[in-house]
Design a protein around this ligand. Structure first.
Ligand code: NAP
Length: 293
């Protein structure tokens, strides 16, 4: 069994990006700039935005955060997006989700210029990805594809089962694994909460990608001997063994499934670090105008 070390792969990609930023500076070019919009004081959102800012700093990007109180109006938020859309210094804009209930998430996302939508959530980017045109692909699926490629995992003709059909993970993942490109060219099955015989389907997978948001849902009996298992889930659970009193676990029961899998991603240190690095890759592309010219 081989652990797919997302932390190590992400560190290597960060080195490559940092090298490119140095070359951009040597050529007198502007360094990439990522901006985040953060609404309210949700600690998890705060942590995500801070870790994105830290990652930007590590590779030499500029970063900034526009903070708004939880009672900001939708109109004010749309105005801020318009302002950032027009700022030539800013290459990429992410809006940290979820937004408060009185704000329409989709309306805000659709207000971001597709060329600055480095999260790849705008319908134009989703549509372009769907028909195989260059686009920003949302960070988690993008990171998983990069991880699969860099780990030398063969996907062509394989049975890939995806547990979960969310817009940000399961759905784009299924399109990427089925695309006529490598990695891709897999035969894909998508499972969700209405799927019958899920364990029987998952145990036929050569590649099992799990994004259902249920702690340690996937057990060894649901996995084929020698399967590649990618665990997207992340859950903070109480623990007597750590100083913080918490530990992170995934959607997969790592201890038992790792005994059957040929490759498996750990939690933490698997998909998570790849997600942040994908955002950096997209921001670099945005600053070089690689997708939209
Ligand atoms: P989500 O929007 O909650 O979607 C969950 C999906 O799983 C839905 O399609 C749902 O089906 C399906 N599902 C839920 N319970 C199920 C069950 N018992 N059997 C079969 N299918 C079931 O979740 P998400 O945003 O994709 O995230 C999934 C997990 O990944 C979460 O733990 C999240 O924290 C984590 N995550 C991690 C990263 C990272 O960077 N590591 C990034 C994003 C997400 P229905 O569609 O029928 O409701």
């Amino acid at each position: 069994m081989k652990i797919i070390d997302g932390k190590q792969i992400a560190a290597k990609i960060k080195e490559e990006i940092a090298g490119e930023v140095k070359r951009m500076i040597d050529r007198g070019e502007k360094v990439p700039h990522l901006t985040a919009i953060l609404v309210g004081e949700d600690p998890a959102s705060e942590t995500y935005v801070n870790s994105k800012a830290r990652a930007c700093k590590q590779v030499g990007f500029d970063s900034s955060t526009y903070r708004f109180p939880a009672d900001v109006s939708e109109a004010e938020l749309l105005e801020a997006v318009t302002f950032i859309n027009k700022d030539p210094e800013i290459d990429g804009l992410i809006v940290q989700l979820p937004l408060p209930d009185h704000i329409d998430n989709q309306k805000v996302i659709q207000h971001i210029l597709p060329e600055k939508d480095v999260d790849g959530f705008h319908p134009v980017n989703v549509g372009r990805m769907t028909i195989g045109l260059p686009s920003y692909v949302s960070a988690t699926p993008h990171g998983i594809m990069e991880m699969i490629m860099r780990s030398g995992i063969e996907t062509r003709g394989k049975n890939c089962v995806i547990l979960g059909r969310s817009n940000i993970v399961g759905k784009p993942m299924s399109l990427l694994m089925a695309r006529n490109e490598e990695p891709g060219n897999a035969t894909v099955t998508v499972c969700h909460s209405k799927t019958q015989n899920l364990a029987e389907i998952s145990s036929r997978a050569d590649i099992l990608i799990v994004a259902i948001g249920r702690p340690e849902f996937v057990t060894a009996d649901m996995v084929k001997e020698g399967a590649v298992v990618i665990d997207v889930g992340i859950h903070r659970v109480p623990s007597a063994d750590t100083k913080s009193g918490f530990r992170l676990i995934g959607d997969v029961c790592f201890d038992e499934v790792s005994k059957k899998a040929s490759h498996i991603t750990p939690v933490p240190g698997g998909v998570g670090p790849m997600t942040i690095v994908s955002l950096l890759m997209n921001t670099l592309k945005a600053s070089k105008k690689e997708i939209y010219g």
